[in-house]
Design a protein around this ligand. Structure first.
Ligand SMILES: Cc1ncc(COP(=O)(O)O)c(C=O)c1O
Length: 413
């Protein structure tokens, strides 16, 4: 018998397979499993501090979900999510201008599934996405299977023209509150201009908002969906904004519960896409999420979360000033989970620095992974929420050692 080629050899030349195997973005994988590397200081991910998870309350909610709602919690459920949870989310985001009902809400298996479903529903092969730049790496991952092209939107660049920016795009994508990776807040004028352009051009506008409640200085700004509703205040929402939220940063990412709020026709399409994805989000964690919202837990823990993370932001910025001010510039973020630092010397390549950093016991996300082309190699995203101040200081000390090793051209052992 003629020996058959191995399955991987047979698959290797197929575009779909090659698209994944060819990706150089192993960063998410590294930081999600970094806990297993002894001693590593992990500033790579958007990771909340597990010490602040409200474990007692969540355990009680989970126990009650199974004991009191066994069919709902442990059986299959409606694709669009449990009705009381959809109602609670609709109430949470409703206002006089934006009266929402459950027809506006899809429960997702967290924010990442929302991004995936949006790509499935809105993106054709090779289609154009107008995305805030630098772009959340998980969104790039979610949309990679359709090999999209990207128009990079620098929302705070002088002369930014939203109408031009959105023209011809299959959808636009932004994280207006404390963007991942930069931590920047999109100002009100730009929010209004983006929404107006989406209405004028008929372009779907994805508003991804995991960090909205994590604001450390000053007030928050209206959501894009709220501004969009002002075009037809008080009427059922039928506008172009697709709003995405999650409990990952406010409560715990292990729940894997998020939501999409949008026009009913969009919710319908996304629901059908979810059917082909996971049928339904876990009933246990949906019940826990419902209890966390309805008992007020989500709102109760927010001040403690903000106080803790604000102090850690300050600690990381102080550590950068102590150890790395000759090498990097950074912005003090007004919210979110990250400091975005840019090398002063354009020759300092943060992809090349990463192996030295890992060898020194510190992990970050290089700027290349927030760029669909991978070309942006001068920056890094540093998380400040997972580690206490002394670890953040030690992390920056290690990073300075790594910069010296990288600049000295030393090989990583
Ligand atoms: C901008 C953005 N969107 C979506 C997500 C997805 O989060 P999750 O799937 O945990 O809800 C994240 C997580 O870091 C994020 O930063």
């Amino acid at each position: 018998m003629v020996p058959s080629p191995s399955p991987s050899a047979r698959t290797a030349t197929r575009p779909a397979f090659a698209r994944w195997m060819g990706t150089t973005n192993q960063v998410t994988r590294t930081f999600l499993s970094a806990g297993a590397i002894p001693g590593l200081i992990n500033l790579g991910g958007g990771l909340p501090d597990p010490k602040i998870f409200p474990t007692g309350r969540l355990a009680e909610f989970a126990r009650r979900a199974v004991a009191e709602h066994p069919g709902e919690a442990l059986g299959y459920g409606p694709i669009e999510g449990l009705a009381p949870l959809r109602d609670a989310i609709a109430r949470r985001f409703s206002s006089a201008a934006l009266p929402l009902t459950r027809a506006n809400v899809l429960v997702t298996t967290s924010g990442m599934q929302g991004l995936d479903l949006i790509g499935k529903v809105l993106l054709d092969e090779g289609g154009l996405i107008a995305g805030q730049f630098p772009t959340y790496l998980g969104a790039l991952d979610a949309w990679r299977p359709r090999a999209p092209s990207f128009r990079n939107l620098v929302l705070d660049a002088p002369g930014f023209d939203p109408q031009e920016a959105l023209a011809g795009a299959q959808f636009a994508y932004a994280v207006p509150n404390f963007s991942n990776p930069t931590g920047r807040l999109v100002d009100l004028a730009t929010r209004r201009a983006l929404v107006a352009a989406a209405h004028r051009t008929g372009t779907w506008l994805v508003e991804d908002d995991p960090y909205g409640t994590l604001h450390y200085d000053g007030a928050t700004l209206p959501r894009l969906i709220e501004l969009s509703a002002q075009a037809a205040p008080g009427e059922p929402y039928a506008g172009p904004v697709i709003y995405m939220g999650t409990l990952s940063k406010e409560i715990a990412p292990g729940l894997r519960v998020g939501w999409i709020v949008a026009a009913p026709e969009m919710i319908e399409a996304l629901t059908l896409a979810k059917q082909g994805s996971d049928l339904c989000t876990s009933g246990v964690t949906q019940r826990v999420a419902l209890a966390a919202i309805e008992t007020g837990l989500v709102d109760e823990i927010q001040p403690a979360l903000v106080a803790l993370y604000r102090s850690r932001r300050d600690a990381l910025c102080a550590a950068l000033a102590t150890h790395l001010c000759d090498w990097f510039d950074w912005e003090v973020p007004v919210g979110g989970m990250f400091v975005w630092a840019l090398a002063r010397d354009p020759a300092l390549d943060t992809d090349a620095l990463l192996p030295h950093a890992l060898a020194a016991g510190i992990c970050y996300s290089p700027s290349s992974v927030f760029d669909a082309t991978g070309a942006n190699r001068r920056g890094m995203r540093l998380n400040f929420t997972l580690n206490p101040p002394e670890r953040l200081d030690e992390g920056m000390r290690r990073l300075a050692t790594a910069v010296a090793a990288c600049r000295g051209g030393r090989q990583v052992a």
